[in-house]
Write a protein that binds this ligand. Structure first.
Ligand SMILES: [Zn+2]
Length: 115
């Protein structure tokens, strides 16, 4: 009855986010979870067996890997805001932001398409 994905390579290199299929809460390993006392950097696989969704209380097996990690991309985005990004005109900035959002959206679409 296990629903773990067959391939483990990506998950082992950088533990992916896991989404609660009951309520949509996303467990982000780089952030951990304060409500349930999980310290940042705890991979989903290392959570206690009796760990439950902090939002709706669903058990661990309700969670599904989203296949992506949060830490590196978030860091890069912050860097962009710090260096040079602010010098661009508002229009260009918006174009960049919405452009990258659109790319992320496409990425999710392709993920769900494969699943
Ligand atoms: Zn939930």
């Amino acid at each position: 009855m296990s629903e773990r994905p067959p391939e483990k390579t990506l998950a082992e290199l950088a533990s992916p986010n896991h989404e609660c299929r009951a309520c949509g809460y996303v467990y982000i390993p780089s952030q951990g979870d304060q409500k349930t006392n999980i310290s940042p950097g705890t991979p989903f696989e290392a959570l206690p067996l009796n760990w439950k969704c902090p939002v709706c209380g669903a058990p661990r097996n309700y969670f599904m890997s989203t296949g992506e990690t949060d830490a590196p991309s978030g860091f890069a985005e912050n860097l962009n805001y710090g260096f040079g990004f602010n010098r661009m005109s508002g229009g260009k900035k918006n174009l960049l932001i919405f452009g990258s959002l659109f790319v992320i959206f496409l990425f999710f679409l392709s993920l769900y398409g494969m699943g």
